[in-house]
Ligand binder design. Sequence first.
Ligand code: 5GP
Ligand code: MG
Length: 181
Amino acid sequence: MSRKKDHHFALPAVVFGRERIADRVTTLAARISRDYASRELTIISILKGSVVFCADLMRHLAVPCVLDFMAVASYEGQRSRGVVKIVSDLRESPVGKHLLVVEDIVDTGYTLQYLKDNLQTRAPASIRTCVLLDKPSARKVPIRADYVGFTAPDRFLVGYGLDYREHYRHLPYIGAVKGTH
Ligand code: 5GP
Ligand code: MG
């Protein structure tokens, strides 16, 4: 690979390092396991951003769980605009299930609010939300996740599942890309 090409994928500066993430994920999983003791959990991982977080989180859970996925889309680009639609729906029925929506980041809040409202219409036993990152400063709708990994600065973050135009998801840490704010 030429140096010129490498330049386009310069490593993002670390914002949350891998050990810090691992510690926090373990703590969150312990809390979730305690809260759901003796109940079966249906984890709904929101594609694609939450898969790395979700995979780590699940492996630390001490309660039985079922995994399902949903994909949603908002407007393209770095910021969503409040118009959310389902691109890929659940495989399993959520009726009567204890749902835990696992999302990468809550920014304006439109996505998480939409997911909660949508799932609520399908008669689950309960719904809670778990997000790796929370950017409270960007909130447009007053929603709070039940479980939050980290409060994030209002910068565009990548890595550990999060992308910038589909790149950087594989990074083992969360970083900020230069040239994005
Ligand atoms: P919201 O609907 O809360 O504004 O945004 C949620 C979605 O916006 C997230 O699931 C994520 O896809 C995207 N998003 C918001 N902030 C960031 C960010 O800093 N980095 C990345 N990679 N995606 C973000
Ligand atoms: Mg997303």
